[in-house]
Design a protein around this ligand. Structure first.
Ligand SMILES: Cc1cc2nc3c(=O)[nH]c(=O)nc-3n(C[C@H](O)[C@H](O)[C@H](O)COP(=O)(O)O)c2cc1C
Length: 482
């Protein structure tokens, strides 16, 4: 990029940030109709290795790693992104703004996965992968998931407010993969530049997509998660072996895919492209693990709670532990606080701001300290697109930061990290038996200014409403009878 185009990009980015945070309400559009999965090609079911649906029956199982270990993609994707059998796809293990699920996953598989090494794309409805091309000769054992988004449906629904939600959704999807990755050593990358991620996944950049693959919907890569076999160890630069390959297979063109996208969609794609340009200082991979209380059955049963079930205040001990999970999830990500009501309404934060690791159930809960006194929840409800139920929520966890003049290299990773941390905290809450619900749209939510600090420095980026445990159900008449 030249100096002039950098400043034009910066201007576009600041405008988009200010617009998404403004009171300007997007026009309501009709719900986009469901469109079938556009990727085709040789497909592999993700049966458990050796299990009844073993891909060995369908086209050759991939080589095991030298030590015989495998990444269980069936379990990993079933517990994170798969559409449960017999459902429409709005409810999956991972939550999504408006239940629109814009995140797609491209898999770069080395030895040790059930399909043979190569580039694949995951179809969450069929729970199968489609092969898009070969792997490089020096591909390391294990799997890399490159997370892309298709912006169309989210922009149709949320207009200029869509782009932060797309980033938050991608962060939640990265968290969902880590939560389901027991048995591998997952590492997560939220700051790889888009060009590297596209090249690794064998996809064109958004700007070239329409020319190279006309009649298909662009996908923009935002993050990556790597599943390393314990015997292999980590490499600092796992994507580079894949970036030297040419483009892999394309999706099937569909008549009617917009030739000229609506303005809000073109702006969103351009913005994600700018945010993905980053500073190209090299990607950082963060070792991740799921919070101790989370189990596979928690992931299977997780739901965003009904607002009516969020009104009881959470007890202080689990509140402190869940807040710690959010804070510890992504070092260097936005800080987290919690607004609580009750007799002493306040904004709370952790007494020690950066816990070295997520909480364990056996250690004492971390201490909380009061950041500000007073009732914040009605203001939060107003800031969150006027969602009135938030004023009654037991507690509202808040990720905040990302100043108005933040560079592109920070805006993208801050939103991804906030979604990632909220995903971890949401799963921890479910494991603790507490209802919770993410909150993604924030307007004029200048928390710093509201606390009397310099305006424009400390904006709410994401939220998680958290309630107390369900009230014990009174015994039914039937049970009362002797
Ligand atoms: C990034 C993100 C933002 C969200 N924002 C809101 C919100 O502002 N208000 C709300 O009621 N639900 C919100 N949700 C929850 C979704 O509506 C919910 O995940 C979706 O309806 C699917 O339901 P499930 O989570 O039970 O699978 C959000 C979820 C995510 C991941």
């Amino acid at each position: 990029m030249t100096r002039t185009s950098v400043s034009a990009a910066e201007q576009a980015q600041r405008h988009a940030l200010a617009h998404a945070r403004s009171a300007h309400v997007p026009a309501r559009a009709a719900h986009a109709p469901y469109r079938s999965f556009p990727w085709a090609g040789e497909s592999f079911p993700l049966g458990r290795p050796g299990g009844p649906e073993s891909p060995g029956r369908y086209g050759g199982r991939g080589k095991a790693s030298p030590g015989g270990e495998r990444v269980d993609l069936d379990r990993l994707l079933r517990l994170s992104l798969a559409v449960p059998v017999g459902t429409t796809g709005r409810r999956r293990p991972v939550p999504s703004a408006g239940a629109l699920h814009p995140v797609r996953v491209h898999l770069l598989l080395g030895a040790g996965c059930s399909p043979p090494p190569g580039r694949y794309v995951y179809d969450p409805h069929a729970h199968r992968v489609h092969r898009r091309g070969p792997a490089p000769a020096d591909a390391q054992p294990g799997a890399i998931a490159v997370l892309t988004v298709t912006a169309g449906n989210t922009v149709t629904h949320y207009g200029h407010r869509a782009w932060p939600l797309l980033l938050l959704d991608a962060g939640h999807a990265a968290a969902a993969l880590v939560l389901a990755a027991e048995g591998t050593d997952p590492t997560v990358c939220l700051d790889a530049d888009g060009a590297t991620l596209s090249a690794a996944a064998g996809l064109p950049r958004a700007g070239d997509w329409k020319t190279l693959w006309p009649g298909t919907e662009p996908e923009q890569p935002l993050a990556a998660v790597r599943f390393t076999l314990r015997e292999t160890g980590h490499s600092d630069d796992p994507l580079s072996a894949w970036t030297s390959l040419p483009l892999a297979g394309a999706p099937v063109p569909r008549p009617g895919t917009e030739v000229v996208p609506p303005v809000a969609l073109a702006e969103t794609r351009y913005l994600l492209e700018i945010l993905g340009a980053g500073e190209q200082t090299g990607a950082t991979w963060h070792t991740a693990r799921r919070p101790a209380p989370v189990t596979d059955s928690v992931l299977r049963e997780r739901r965003s709670a009904d607002p009516a079930d969020l009104t009881r205040p959470p007890p202080e001990d689990p509140l402190a532990r869940i807040l710690t999970t959010a804070v510890a999830a992504w070092p260097g990500g936005p800080p987290w606080s919690a607004a609580v009501g009750g007799p002493a309404p306040a904004l709370l934060t952790l007494a020690a701001p950066y816990p070295s690791r997520p909480t364990s159930a056996v250690r004492p809960a971390p201490a909380l300290r009061v950041l500000a006194t007073g009732e914040a929840r009605p203001t939060l409800a107003h800031w969150a697109a006027g969602q009135r139920w938030i004023a009654e929520a037991g507690a509202v966890l808040l990720a905040h930061g990302c100043p108005s003049d933040a560079p592109a290299a920070r805006v993208g990773p801050d939103h991804l990290a906030a979604g990632y941390a909220a995903g971890m905290a949401h799963a921890h809450a479910a494991a603790a038996g507490l209802p919770s619900r993410p909150i993604g749209s924030w307007q004029q939510a200048d928390l710093g200014a509201a606390l009397g600090e310099t305006p424009e420095r400390d904006w709410i980026v994401h939220g998680l409403a958290l309630g107390g445990p369900p009230a014990p159900t009174s015994p039914s008449r039937e049970e009362e009878r002797p």
